[in-house]
Design a protein around this ligand. Structure first.
Ligand SMILES: [Zn+2]
Ligand SMILES: [Zn+2]
Length: 132
């Protein structure tokens, strides 16, 4: 039920937003929701975005606690991308350092393609042609 609600949201949501969304189906205690989210995170079906204090359904085949997100600070769009090389590289480093990784979620913050394109369109008139 919770993973369906996460998928349906299509954006990161907080545990309390989930409880609100599911209110018509069931009255859930926050503890129940957090426990369920922990399980989903452990199996890779969902990820926690620390900087947004929100949860999001995994948009790829499940990967246990490893994910890379690009978070647009202008429009709030969150994109999960599949970058196994990046996480493998960090996992290899952790192994060498004998660091036991429980969860690995990388969050890139900045501006999405749409927002950058919007900026460029408005700046286009002022910009001089670039010499290659
Ligand atoms: Zn994922
Ligand atoms: Zn954006």
């Amino acid at each position: 039920m919770i993973v369906e609600a996460l998928r349906g949201a299509g954006r990161p949501v907080s545990a309390y937003e989930l409880i609100d969304q599911l209110r018509e189906q069931a009255v859930l205690a926050p503890q129940t929701v957090y426990r369920a989210l922990d399980r989903l995170i452990a199996t890779g079906a969902a990820h926690r975005l620390e900087t947004l204090n929100a949860f999001v359904a995994c948009s790829h085949t499940r990967h246990e606690g490893r994910a890379v997100f690009a978070i647009c600070e202008s429009c709030g769009t969150v994109n999960e991308f599949d970058e196994p090389k990046a996480v493998d590289c960090l996992a290899a480093w952790a192994k060498r350092a004998k660091f036991s990784v429980r969860e690995m979620t990388l969050e890139l913050r900045g501006r999405c393609n749409n927002c950058v394109a919007g900026d460029e369109a408005s700046a286009g008139a002022r910009r001089s042609a670039r010499a290659d």
